[in-house]
Design a protein around this ligand. Structure first.
Ligand code: UDP
Ligand code: MG
Length: 320
């Protein structure tokens, strides 16, 4: 049985060879034939050269898709899946944080259990600050509330899937790819197993707080239209409040002849309503921007070169 490893790589020069050797070591003598699919996401370091060497050595079949620039991990995953030929496909980071032993366990689990189409590893014992952990938990809770699909806390992209599920994911050609959502959206029965992530082998993480927030926000906009409803709700609520206040003011004036305080009330109300309007417009704008970028139908990635194992031909300047 052929198993493909899809590895998104962005500036992982110090890791791709170690990853290759680890997978080779773990899977030697197993029931699986292995192919490695590296998606080089526009790396600016020696990653491309190192991948070229690995491809030339041909100790394992190696495919390398090199992007014309950095398109992001989600695009790299898509490119990798597109080139993966395996009956089973594992998505794994190229930094050795996710142990290939766990991948072997996942693959064996699928071999033995026909009823599952996917095994997903959930990271436990995360080395992160309490605030980050709390924010992440809040995000998963929110996503489960806002959307119809299930988001499992800690579920990562590290997973092993059958062909049918890979094909289903590839059939979704949207540009704004929030893969946690896509994996849940396609359905299929998924087994969640815990694993402990190791320290990064070399290099540094590409995430920062700003990127995490952007990622979370993109996820919500991609999979829920609830924020739009919140905007309508805020509109109805402020209109109702305005109506009630108007009645109060009229009664005060007519019945008790209390002078209506002017300046402060008006300024506060104008600012408040202006704020709500801009907020609602901003939300609307986010959805419009997403819709706009989808209608342009730009490719998910552009490959500069694609290296395939020697038995298959090498395509230069391939474009998707
Ligand atoms: N990655 C990528 N494109 C990017 C950022 C990251 O392909 O723009 C890859 C990166 O090379 C790694 C994986 O995605 O293999 C996970 O990235 P990272 O280790 O920075 O994330 P973390 O493990 O800290 O969540
Ligand atoms: Mg990592």
């Amino acid at each position: 049985m052929l198993i493909s490893f899809v590895m998104p790589c962005y500036n992982e020069a110090g890791n791709v060879r170690a990853m290759h050797d680890e997978i080779l070591r773990v899977f030697t003598g197993s029931a699986f034939e292995v192919e490695l699919v590296y998606a080089d996401d526009g790396s600016t370091d020696e990653t491309a050269a190192e991948l070229k060497r690995l491809h030339a050595e041909n100790r394992l079949p190696v495919k390398v898709i090199s992007f014309s620039r950095n398109f992001g991990k989600e695009s790299a995953i898509y490119a990798g899946l597109e080139h993966a030929a395996g009956d089973l496909t594992v998505i794994i980071d190229a930094d050795l944080q996710q142990p290939p032993e766990v991948a072997l366990f996942m693959a064996q689990h699928l071999l033995r259990n026909d009823e599952y189409d996917c095994v997903c590893a959930c990271q436990e014992a995360r080395r992160e600050s309490k605030v980050t952990a709390l924010l992440k938990r809040g995000f998963y809770k929110l996503m489960n509330r806002l959307t119809e699909i299930e988001f499992v806390d800690g579920a990562s992209d590290f997973r092993c899937m059958r062909r049918s599920m890979v094909d289903a994911i590839l059939s979704m050609s949207e540009r704004n790819r929030f893969s946690k959502g896509l994996f849940s959206w396609v359905g299929f029965s998924t087994k969640y197993i815990p694993y402990t992530a190791r320290e990064r082998n070399a290099g540094s993480t590409k995430w920062n707080t700003f990127k995490l927030f952007k990622y979370a926000f993109d996820g919500i906009v991609s999979f829920s239209s609830m924020p739009l409803r919140i905007a309508s709700f805020a509109g109805v609520l402020s209109a109702a409040a305005a109506l009630i206040y108007m009645i109060v003011v009229i009664i005060q004036k007519l019945a008790f002849d209390i002078p209506v305080p002017g300046y402060a009330t008006i300024v506060t109300l104008i600012l408040f309503l202006g704020g709500i309007q801009l907020f609602a417009m901003g939300i609307l704008g986010e959805y419009m921007a997403k819709a706009y970028s989808e209608t342009k139908k730009r490719p998910i990635y552009i490959a500069r070169t694609v290296l395939l194992p020697p038995e298959t031909q090498t395509k230069e300047n391939a474009q998707r």
